[in-house]
Design a protein around this ligand. Structure first.
Ligand code: ACO
Length: 353
C-alpha cells in the first residue's frame, strides 16, 4: 500500500479585517473581553456578494493545485468540509467542481458535515482512497462563510465574536518515499450532547427534540406541514448558532490531549519527537491549555487564531499553509494535527513531512 502525502497547500482569506473594536458598532463588547477569553484580535469577513464558501475554496484550491504541479482536470476526487455551504443542497463539492472548471464527470464530489473536525475527517477519508490507489489527486478543502450566518447583535455576542471567514485547501497524492506521509489518523464522535454547539434552525426536526415545542420555534399542535423555517424562528433570532461555551471548553481541553496522545502512541512517537502541532484554531485559551497539559514548548504549537478567529473546517488547512509559508514545516518534520468541535466530533493525524 502507498502512503498519502500533502503535495500542495493553499489558503484564501477575505480582505476585510474586522477588529474587536470594530465589533463594538454591532454589539456591547470590548477588545479586552474578547482578547482575555479567546486570544482573538481580529478576524476577516466577506463582503456580501463578493464571495461564498465555495468561491473562497476555489481560490485556495487553485494555489494547492499549482503547488502540487497538477491541473484542475487532474483532480479525481473533491472533498469539501463546511458548515456554511452556499445552498442547503446541493453540496459545496459540486459548486467547487464548477468554479474550478473541472468538466470531467466521472469524479466524485463529497461534502463533509463535521464542523471543526471536518478537515481531519476528510483527511482520513482521502487517506484510505490514496493508500489503496483508487484516486491519485484528491482535493480536500475546508471553507467557511461564518459572517453571513451569525447574530452580531449583543444577544449573539457570546459566540459571534469567535468566528471568522476563510478557506484552506490541500492536494493529497501517493508517496513511495520511505517513512513519509500520513502515518496515522483517528476520528471520533459522541452525539449524546449534539445540541450543545449547534444551529438547529432552519431544519427538518419540526420541534422533535424540544421539550417545549416553542423552544425550537415550532408549534407542534399545528397541523401545518411546513417545518423548515417559521416566523417565530425569524422573529426571535432562533436561526443562529447556539453554544454552551463553558461545556465546550471543558470537553475540548479533555479531547484534544487525549486524541493527540492516541495519535502519537499509535505511531510510536512521544510529544518530544513532535516538531509542530497544528490544532484546530478553536480558541487560544483552549490551545494554551492543551499545550500545557502535553508539556509542549511554544515552538511546537502553531497558533494564528489571533488574526483569523475560529474558521472551523478551514482553520487547519489555513494554519498548515501559513506554517509552511513561515518556514515552520521542514522536510522530514513530524507534524500532528488535531481537531475538536460540534457533534461532538474530534480527531487527529500524524504526518511525516
Ligand atoms: N463581550 C462582552 N461580554 C460578553 C461577551 C462579549 N463578546 N459574550 C458574553 N459576554 C458576557 C456574558 O453575557 C456574561 O455576562 P453576565 O455575567 O452579565 O451574564 C459574561 O460575559 C460571562 O459569560 P460566559 O458565557 O460565562 O463567558 P465565559 O467566561 O464562559 O466565556 C467563551 C465565553 C469565551 C465562549 C468561553 O466559554 C469559551 O472560550 N468557551 C469555549 C468555546 C469555544 O472556544 N468555542 C469555539 C467553537 S467550538 C470549537 O471550535 C471547538
Amino acid at each position: 500500500m502507498y502512503k498519502t502525502k500533502i503535495a500542495g497547500v493553499g489558503k484564501f482569506i477575505p480582505e476585510k479585517v474586522v477588529t474587536n473594536k470594530d465589533l463594538e458598532q454591532y454589539m456591547e463588547t470590548s477588545d479586552q473581553w474578547i482578547r482575555e477569553r479567546t486570544g482573538i484580535e481580529e478576524r476577516h469577513w466577506l463582503k456580501r456578494g463578493e464571495d461564498t464558501s465555495s468561491t473562497m475554496a476555489a481560490k485556495a484550491a487553485k494555489d494547492a493545485i499549482k503547488m502540487a504541479g497538477i491541473e484542475p482536470e487532474d483532480v479525481d476526487f473533491i472533498i469539501f468540509a463546511t458548515l456554511s455551504p452556499d445552498y442547503f443542497f446541493p453540496g459545496n463539492g459540486v459548486m467547487l467542481q464548477r468554479h474550478l472548471g473541472i468538466t470531467k464527470t466521472e469524479i466524485p464530489a463529497l461534502d463533509i458535515r463535521n464542523q471543526c473536525s471536518g478537515f481531519v475527517y476528510g483527511l482520513e477519508v482521502a487517506d484510505q482512497f490514496i493508500k489503496t490507489g483508487k484516486y491519485k489527486n484528491i482535493l480536500l478543502v475546508g471553507a467557511e462563510y461564518h459572517s453571513g450566518g451569525m447574530d452580531i447583535s449583543t444577544r449573539g455576542r457570546g459566540i459571534s465574536v469567535l468566528f471568522g471567514d476563510g478557506a484552506g485547501a490541500v492536494i493529497l497524492q501517493a508517496t513511495e518515499e520511505e517513512g513519509k506521509g500520513i502515518l496515522v489518523t483517528h476520528i471520533h464522535s459522541d452525539g449524546s450532547q449534539a445540541e450543545i454547539l449547534s444551529a438547529k434552525n432552519p431544519g427538518m426536526h419540526g420541534g422533535y427534540y424540544d421539550e417545549e415545542a416553542s423552544e425550537g420555534g415550532y408549534d407542534t399542535n399545528s397541523d401545518h406541514p411546513f417545518v423548515l423555517v417559521t416566523e417565530k424562528m425569524l422573529n426571535e433570532s432562533l436561526i443562529y448558532p447556539f453554544m454552551e461555551g463553558q461545556a465546550v471548553f471543558k470537553t475540548a481541553v479533555k479531547k484534544f490531549p487525549e486524541v493527540i496522545r492516541k495519535a502519537l502512541a499509535t505511531s510510536g512517537y512521544d510529544t518530544k519527537d513532535v516538531n509542530l502541532v497544528i490544532p484546530h484554531q478553536a480558541n487560544l485559551r483552549i490551545s494554551q491549555f492543551v499545550q500545557k497539559i502535553l508539556r509542549l514548548r511554544d515552538d511546537q504549537m502553531f497558533n494564528n487564531i489571533q488574526k483569523y478567529g475560529n474558521t472551523t473546517a478551514a482553520s487547519i488547512p489555513i494554519a498548515l499553509t501559513e506554517a509552511i509559508e513561515q518556514g515552520k514545516v521542514k522536510d522530514g518534520d513530524l507534524l500532528v494535527i488535531a481537531a475538536f468541535g460540534s457533534g461532538f466530533t474530534w480527531g487527529s493525524a500524524v504526518i511525516r513531512w
